[in-house]
Write a protein that binds this ligand. Structure first.
Ligand SMILES: Cc1ncc(COP(=O)(O)O)c(C=O)c1O
Length: 319
């Protein structure tokens, strides 16, 4: 992605490593990890934020002194908080109780204003709906612009021209299979856009949370931040992965912990879900070469996914 200058922090977004993670999977297959934690904000959401901000700035919606409000499970909040510093605008971030404490602290450290919702939506029991309702209120009361990551197509372009283009270049060919965790579906949608545009035959697997309604199924409680959604996002209506795998929180936690000890890379919660899904797919012989996108790493999850007491309390088994 182009940044506003060649040397500022934003120019460090993208070009993340693709590393061999086959050691984490008990199979003859080759598994590659696209490590999005190497972005300056520590997640793939740096790419999404950059694309949305460039687009909004070009449209005259963002400028020094403007006010923006966005709902985030955390990573986009960090990315937009930094964009706000560089762009000279004010950022208000609506979060819910599932957001990692370290992530909240980082958003605040970057000078953004946090607006935690304390109750889920009374009609649906969904936290994301509650967050989006508060965004609508703040948009009016603050006179703020809302870039709306759930419907903003700039995310598709970011991951089409960034993430997926890089994977093909780094690998030297289009992978047989790609596994990507989904929430807004901007990441997987952008990768799909690139794959379809270039006529690649890569099979795309969306890794969703059990209890998410993104691609059908009943709404249920989701305790991990980052992947899954309690609403069908605008973007997801345009996204048609070859396969959707829903992952239980306990499986994601176990797989994250196991991957950390087998490869030396500790993924975030959604990365644990991706690792679990990839193991299942390899076991059933669905592919021999898989690229797994790891949206972030485990640093913000040390008090949850990687904490024995938390894991015992939340999923009843820390091992
Ligand atoms: C850790 C993590 N994993 C996966 C995702 C899903 O990405 P997307 O919203 O592009 O579907 C997100 C999005 O916030 C995330 O923060």
């Amino acid at each position: 992605m182009n940044a506003s200058s060649d040397s500022d922090l934003l120019s460090a977004i993208g070009n993340t490593p693709l590393v061999d993670m086959s050691a984490g999977f008990s199979d003859q297959s080759r598994v590659w990890g696209k490590l999005e934690s190497f972005n300056p904000g520590g997640s793939a959401k740096d790419r999404t934020a950059r694309a949305m901000v460039l687009d909004a700035t070009a449209k005259g919606l963002l400028y020094p002194g403007a006010v923006a409000v966005e709902s985030s499970s955390g990573n986009l909040g960090i990315a937009l908080a930094r964009e706000a510093v560089v762009g000279g605008w004010e950022f208000h971030c609506v979060v819910d109780p599932r957001t990692n404490q370290a992530t909240l602290s980082m958003i605040a450290a970057l000078g953004a204003v946090l607006h935690p919702v304390t109750e889920p939506d009374p009609d649906t029991g969904d936290w994301l709906t509650a967050r989006r309702n508060l965004v609508a209120q703040l948009k009016d009361s603050l006179g703020a612009v809302n870039l709306d990551q759930y419907s903003n197509r700039a995310a598709f372009d970011a991951h089409d021209q960034g993430t997926m283009r890089e994977i093909v270049e780094q690998l030297g060919h289009a992978p047989e299979m790609l596994a990507v965790a989904v929430s807004t579906t901007g990441t997987v949608g952008g990768c799909l856009q690139h794959i379809r545009e270039h006529g690649y035959d890569t099979k795309v697997v969306a890794v969703d949370a059990a209890g998410s309604v993104l691609f059908g199924g009943a709404r249920g409680e989701r305790i991990l931040p980052g992947y899954g959604a309690g609403v069908v996002t605008e973007l997801s209506k345009e996204v048609a992965p070859d396969r959707v795998v829903q992952v239980e929180a306990a499986d994601a936690v176990h797989a994250a912990r196991s991957l950390a000890r087998s490869t030396g890379f500790a993924p975030g919660a959604s990365g644990g879900a991706v690792a679990w899904a990839v193991s299942q797919l390899l076991e059933e012989g669905a592919a021999e070469e898989v690229v797994a996108v790891f949206h972030d790493d485990g640093r913000a999850y040390l008090d949850t996914v990687y904490n024995d007491e938390w894991a015992d309390a939340q999923i009843g088994d820390a091992k």
